[in-house]
Write a protein of this length. Structure first.
Length: 262
């Protein structure tokens, strides 16, 4: 029986909606002034890495141990690798990195309008796809433990902020309309509740409850990959490595303390 379904959906929705915050920031702050965001991204990476290794993987092992006591560790290991492979394939077929210099300073001025519009739409689509497994991660974590679900939701919400900025900036630049930029930024995060819905459907109708263990381990792999492939490079880009390290260590210590207190 899956528990906390309503709360899990709410947490997933709120985490996805954080792209709207990024959309709002894009109107008032330049990217090269977002030093605090560098710390925030490092904080998010620290939380996600710590939770993946100390909470999500042990939860997956415990769940699978009830069904496969002699092979649970190998199953968790294999599922973790599958999660990383899934994240790599998403990046390979739909990369989420845009060359902003090429967009804002194209060689051919006549292509300026087209390139910026394409960048905004492409970024929105790419982020939609990348947010799908994150929604499933938040949902599955919350159904196993509200404490864990809240922690994962906070970490994902923090890293959704720069994604909202990446979507809103080119859209606002080319249309001059804040409502369109905010709409695209907000919609790009709403695929996370869709990921939660798909996760619920899989568990309710297609796979037995023990499949939660496989999904949780795969989710840990996805979160580790996101942390090292996206969050940490962005943290360095928005500030410097010292700020990123402050964020990483602070995130780990904060989430560790919260787990001890709660």
């Amino acid at each position: 029986m899956i528990e906390n379904i309503g709360t899990a959906f709410l947490l997933t929705f709120l985490a996805g909606l954080a792209t709207s915050i990024g959309g709002a920031i894009a109107f008032v702050v330049k990217p090269d002034n977002l030093k605090a965001l560098s710390v925030g991204l490092g904080f998010s990476a620290g939380v996600m890495i710590f939770l993946s290794l100390t909470e999500i993987i042990p939860t997956a092992s415990e769940t699978l141990g009830a069904y496969f006591p002699n092979s649970k560790d190998w199953l968790v290991y294999a599922s973790f690798i599958i999660g990383i492979v899934v994240a790599v394939l998403i990046d390979y077929f739909l990369p989420d990195h845009i060359d902003q210099e090429e967009v804002l300073h194209p060689d051919d001025p006549c292509q300026h309008h087209h390139k910026i519009k394409k960048a905004g739409l492409f970024t929105a689509i790419a982020i939609c796809v990348h947010n799908f497994p994150e929604g499933m991660a938040t949902f599955l974590s919350a159904t196993q433990s509200l404490q864990l679900g809240v922690s994962v939701a906070i970490a994902i919400a923090i890293h959704n902020i720069p994604e909202g900025i990446a979507v809103a900036m080119p859209i606002y630049h080319i249309t001059g309309k804040k409502r369109y930029a905010m709409l695209y930024a907000s919609l790009s995060g709403l695929t996370e509740p869709l990921g939660a819905f798909i996760g619920l459907f899989l568990l309710q109708f297609l796979f037995p409850q023990m499949f939660v263990g496989f999904l949780m381990a795969a989710v840990a792999g996805i979160m580790i990959y996101i942390s090292f492939d996206t969050l940490l490079p962005l943290a360095k880009e928005y500030g410097d490595w010292h700020l990123s390290m402050i964020g990483i260590v602070t995130g780990m210590l904060f989430i560790w303390l919260s787990l001890l207190l709660l």
